[in-house]
Design a protein around this ligand. Sequence first.
Ligand code: SF4
Length: 732
Amino acid sequence: MNSISRRRFLKITGFSVGAAAAASALSPVIKGAGKVNSKDVKGIKKIPTFCDICFWKCAAIAYVKDGKLWKIEGNPKDPLSKGRLCPRGTGGVGAHYDPDRLRAPLIRTRERGEEKWKEVTWDEALDFIASKMKNIKEKYGPESVAMFSHGIGGTFLKHTLKAYGAINFGAPSFAQCRGPRDVGFELTFGDIIGSPEKTDIENAQCLTLIGSHLGENMHNTQAQEFAKAIENDATIIVVDPRFSVAASKAKYYLPIKPGTDTALLLAWMNVIVSENLYDKEFVGKYGFGFGQFKEEIKQYTPEWAYPETGIEPELIRKTARTMAMHKPASLVHPGRHTTWYGNDAQRMRAIALLNALLGNWGRKGGFYFPAKFPVPAYPYPPYPKPEKDKLDNPGHKYPFASEEITTGIREATITGEPYPIKGWFIYATNLIHALPNQEETIKAIQNLDLLVVVDVIPSEIAGWADVVLPESVYLERYDELNTAPFREPFVSLRQPVVDPPADQKPNWWIAKRLAEKLGLKEYYPWKNIEEYLDYRLKKAGLSLDLMKKEGVVTASGQPIYVEDGIEPEFYTPSGKVEFYSVQLQQAGFDPVPKYEKPEDPPPGYYRLLFGRAPVHSFSRTQSNPILMDMMEENEIWINNDVANRWGLKSGQYVRLKNQDGVLSNKIKVKATERIRPDSVYMVHGFGHNSKMLKRAFMKGASNSELITRYKTDPLMGGTGMNVNFVTFVTEV
Ligand code: SF4
């Protein structure tokens, strides 16, 4: 699976001249850029930076009025935000003013999980960590310290840990989120979807969403492109057990039985192939194994799919024909949170194959080819050579895992096999809410000699830490540059806008100071981050001064479509789009996806589905006073008929009990026609039980608490989490 990086590298090297030329032609538009550090400053200052309320990294302009942070808007020069932030981004001001923020380093004084601390100085906290790390290295080797992280801010801490000799790094964004999607597409096209997704939503004439809640799951660029597609009168097809906001914009809404999506996908492909509606030129030129694929899907007629999915054969036919009619500007969106039932990489492969039949790879209205702004890396000394292998996936049990598996690291921490893990660093991810089965996470924590949490708020995982390090929020710090591949290559800068209110420090400072205490000074040859950033930017023909004024620099004119003259390349074993996968077959898996029947809920139980709200990110924004004013608690969506049978009314509170007897916090009922009777739905991220999160404490219920079961994807180790069932407990 290394072919991807090779291809990206080629794109980058072919691009540098244009980027430098574009940068030199810029004229600064933001006046008076530079951090405001005195409350006596009068007037308004506008300072460009980029948002961290979610991982999308929209560039923004922060306004500081009379020395105080006032408001945040989108940076009009930014191709991601196009000058408009989402509601969460606008509410980012609340992250700075959040009264529940961590304020000083803390060291645990009682048992783990009791949330009893003493405030210490940064030197005391980092000396404590360094001494524990030295002990672990001596006793078990440096590989026994692992790190979990989310977002760009973890870069420097990872660098320190790599210099120390750590090799086990995991992010829930793979095995708990987009992993099956990237693996399914890589097996088919030899390329991943990436983030931001390379989906050309705005130019699609037909957009199919399968359990993808664009608009509720708020990724600014995608929401704006979705609005444009609707304005352009694109045909929208939505498949979802819940009538989502996206479904309300659809021409066709298919209220599918949960867990049967692969049956629908196979039936759609059956119609498109049997009626000769597929892109014959694309398949003929680039397809591999199409004959075997065609033979295999013959059996999956719409009549076969009907009893599985609950979708009428005629509707399956009509929607398949509609998709095909608009090809290649017909996009079946791959979604993002794709870990549903444990056979997700094969479901995502079916989505990839359907897109392949529509011939939309590299085409306008399909998937474009993104490009990255080339900013060279800083020349650090090489990291020490590890003496052990990574332990998240021993013996390549999950042969197609292309990134580390978080739950694999957790498992190794519990069992001590293939070798013990004794230290965890956790950066900006609340593992108690992010990983399924909280009991296993807590069991793993009990085996640690050191648990360090670096975060801005006292999340549940911080409650289990030995040391908590308070990071300054994104509006108070520099960070790594954002150079994510996109349709218009860009580089953007995060810079401090205001000072932190207490003893919080930026991640780069924490990582550098820890490295010094570990005797790893040579890995930080730069004095401060300004020097680091300026070095990298100058190598790219830019400078820190320029970026501080502009916030974002773009380079336009990069070809992104086949229509622009790009010839697609497929880094699969056959060099083609694999309708039939020999590598899957050789590894003992189905070369063409097959349908697996999902387990039905027991009587009186309902499948627990979960998703996102446009004003919150995961479980990390519920202490932000502005965002909490917009949405303070979640609700449980229950079908009207079911609610009537249980005597439940909208607005009343219930508790949920799952199949293993786990009882949730109380949650408000939303009785609605907008969900199937076999399922219930809630927004993820609520139901906090960290006592230090005063505003969020026990507001709403936590779906994570109820996810005691998960089904592991045999291809890549993703954790399917839509396999839990709940019933109602009316005494609250
Ligand atoms: S999508 Fe919203 S929250 Fe996320 S980075 Fe953009 S503006 Fe911020």
